[in-house]
Write a protein that binds this ligand. Structure first.
Ligand SMILES: C[S@@+](CC[C@H](N)C(=O)[O-])C[C@H]1O[C@@H](n2cnc3c(N)ncnc32)[C@H](O)[C@@H]1O
Length: 321
């Protein structure tokens, strides 16, 4: 960061006024005003908030930290440092994309942390959500022995988030991760390699249980089957947050009412499980009750609802007798 003249970052009248006020506050006589880290953060957070972005301050911090090549804490240590013009230019582009086209921060940065693991994220995969950690936690509870050679299947792996978190926590587990999207599988494979998990997680292309159908027919079974399938109702597409337009439709929509894949998974999962095997599925809180019934109809017992950090029903699990 260098000490230099203020650039024309503000794009709204309110922001320009706030800039003038800030300049008047900061500018000692005879010295050109500068954009400091803190001023850029303040301006950007306000700009994002005016555009209806809920996580305005956090997004501003993540984008600026990325441009400056530091972590968020460093922004506060260096709050009064000037930001150089070339850094501001790069930041401006990110701010435009976030506020204008509503591109999610994860896609702008190309990464997202999940279960404390750094994952690469592109437009080919769903950005892993914090609530999906509820599914990982439920699966780990059901696979308590850290040293056992658990056989785990993750259907619809996307970035690989669930499969890789489980493989990371259960170092002897053999994890199979499937997806219909070859582009998503390429991202997941890259994440597995980057995390040093490439040898223990195998990635297979195909719909639902099709990629493992031959081995199931030959008698193979899994100790746990997990999935965060697409479960958004297509009829709700128009009312979704604009950020979701940047994520693959294949990862979002589960048919007209959202339950198409959940029903199919519930109907078929018993055939993939070993006796006593565990199955868990992420869903919309409004689908939890129905999923418990579909799992019972599919031959599983003991349906249990797991709540996310916000207290909403987020995962339904059950076991094969
Ligand atoms: C909601 S995303 C979940 C991604 C990742 N597991 C996560 O939790 O972040 C659903 C994933 O299922 C995949 N998918 C969609 N239809 C599928 C199907 N019929 N069989 C297998 N995967 C499917 C999508 O490509 C997408 O990657």
């Amino acid at each position: 960061m260098s000490h230099e003249q203020r650039a024309s970052v503000p794009e709204t009248p309110a922001a320009a006024a706030s800039e003038r006020a800030a300049a008047a506050r900061r500018e000692p006589a005879g010295r050109p005003p500068v954009w400091t880290v803190l001023e850029l953060l303040r301006w950007t957070a306000q700009h994002f908030a005016e555009r209806g972005i809920d996580t305005a301050r956090l997004d501003a911090e993540l984008l600026l930290a990325d441009v400056l090549g530091c972590d968020r804490l460093r922004l506060y240590v260096d709050h009064d440092k000037p930001v150089a013009e070339d850094e501001r230019a790069r930041f401006r582009e990110l701010v435009r994309a976030r506020a204008g086209e509503r591109v999610p921060v994860s896609i702008l940065l190309g990464r997202r942390e999940f279960w404390s693991l750094p994952l690469a994220v592109t437009r080919d995969v769903l950005t892993p959500r914090p609530e999906t950690e509820t599914l990982v936690a439920a699966a780990l509870d059901a696979l308590p022995d850290r040293e056992a050679e658990w056989r785990v299947l993750d259907v619809g792996t996307g970035s690989g988030a669930i499969a890789l978190a489980i493989a990371h926590e259960r170092p002897k587990a053999r994890v199979t991760a499937t997806d219909v999207s070859p582009a998503a599988l390429a991202v997941a494979r890259g994440n597995a390699e980057a995390l040093g998990l490439g040898l223990r997680v195998r990635f297979l292309e195909g719909a639902l249980f099709a990629p493992v159908a031959a081995e199931l027919a030959a008698g193979a079974r899994f100790d746990a089957v997990v999935s965060n399938p697409p479960y958004v109702a297509r009829r709700d597409a128009e009312s979704l947050p604009p950020e979701l337009r940047h994520e693959p439709a294949l990862a979002l929509f589960g048919g007209e009412d959202g339950s198409e894949l959940l029903r199919a998974l519930a109907a078929e999962v018993a055939g993939a499980l070993a006796p006593g095997g565990f199955a868990a599925f992420e869903l919309d809180p409004r689908q939890a009750e129905a999923m418990a019934a579909w799992l019972a109809a599919g031959g599983l017992a003991g349906a249990t609802v797991h709540r996310d950090a916000a207290g909403r029903p987020r995962v339904v699990s059950a076991r094969k007798a």
